[in-house]
Design a protein around this ligand. Structure first.
Ligand SMILES: Nc1ncnc2c1ncn2[C@@H]1O[C@H](COP(=O)(O)OP(=O)(O)O)[C@@H](O)[C@H]1O
Ligand SMILES: Cc1cn([C@H]2C[C@H](O)[C@@H](COP(=O)(O)OP(=O)(O)O)O2)c(=O)[nH]c1=O
Length: 219
């Protein structure tokens, strides 16, 4: 087990914000600094949650069903992957977590935010925290204008159910992320994603240093 403090770090942003390529790069840098790292994603990260992901990304459903399945996948993921990895001293890098549910199901689809609060408190109750609610230590929020993200995605891949939503949906999702940042400013690091990739990466490194995740020497 590592003697260093381990961190639970999440990556967030609207589709096409450009977060994906930085997750593996950060994992590599952390490993070079001697950390054990678990890289995972939501929805997904366990066999059951990956099956739920396939449904969530492809099947039409109402917003309550969507929120419940997101949290069901999250519960399995927390119990089987995230909590055990943190207990072993790993730093966990997770591509999306509950901020995405607030942003997409809450702000994007207009689902009741108080019900999301209740689900968050139930699902993220952690034995390791004596029943306290597990939250990320750091959330890297890749903020890009919806028009920029749409332009990137149009050149990148066939859209899934969420990626096919109109720009107005992503404007609401972006507002959801901004609101979550206002509620937890210490946990969030806003990354300006509308810059060349190297400049985005430098902000990721700076934010990780500022939160004590990366050490200054080898970054
Ligand atoms: N800083 C950037 N500038 C321009 N294009 C980018 C940048 N970062 C990522 N991209 C491109 O945008 C698309 C979406 O990036 P991706 O990392 O898959 O986004 P996300 O995981 O946030 O949805 C990809 O084609 C990727 O190559
Ligand atoms: C975790 C989560 C994801 N999502 C959506 C956002 C994304 O459109 C989709 C999958 O996320 P993601 O894996 O980030 O997709 P990609 O790698 O293609 O960018 O699921 C929600 O709507 N709610 C959630 O709680």
């Amino acid at each position: 087990m590592s003697s260093q403090r381990c961190f639970f770090i999440t990556f967030e942003g609207i589709d096409g914000a450009g977060k994906s390529s930085h997750i593996d790069a950060l994992a590599q840098m952390l490993r070079q600094q001697g950390r054990e790292v678990t890289v995972t994603r939501e929805p997904g990260g366990t066999p059951l949650a990956e099956q739920l992901r396939a449904l969530l990304l492809n099947e039409p459903m109402d917003a309550l069903t969507e929120a419940l399945l997101m949290f069901a996948a999250r519960r399995d993921h927390l119990r089987r992957v995230i909590e055990p990895a943190l207990a072993q001293g790993h730093t966990v890098l997770c591509d999306r977590f509950t901020d995405a549910t607030y942003a997409y199901q809450g702000y994007g689809r207009g689902f009741d935010l108080q019900i999301l609060d209740t689900l968050e408190n139930w699902v993220q109750a952690s034995d390791a925290l004596q029943g306290g609610v597990r939250q990320p230590d750091l959330t890297l929020w890749f903020d890009v204008p919806p028009a920029v993200a749409a332009q990137r995605l149009s050149q990148a891949r066939t859209p899934d159910k969420f990626e096919a939503m109109p720009q107005a949906f992503f404007a609401r999702v972006a507002e959801g992320y901004a609101e979550r940042q206002r509620q937890s400013p210490q946990r969030f690091a806003r990354i300006d994603g509308d810059l060349p990739r190297d400049a985005v990466w430098q902000q990721v490194v700076d934010a990780c240093m500022a939160h004590g995740v990366l050490q200054r020497s080898s970054a």
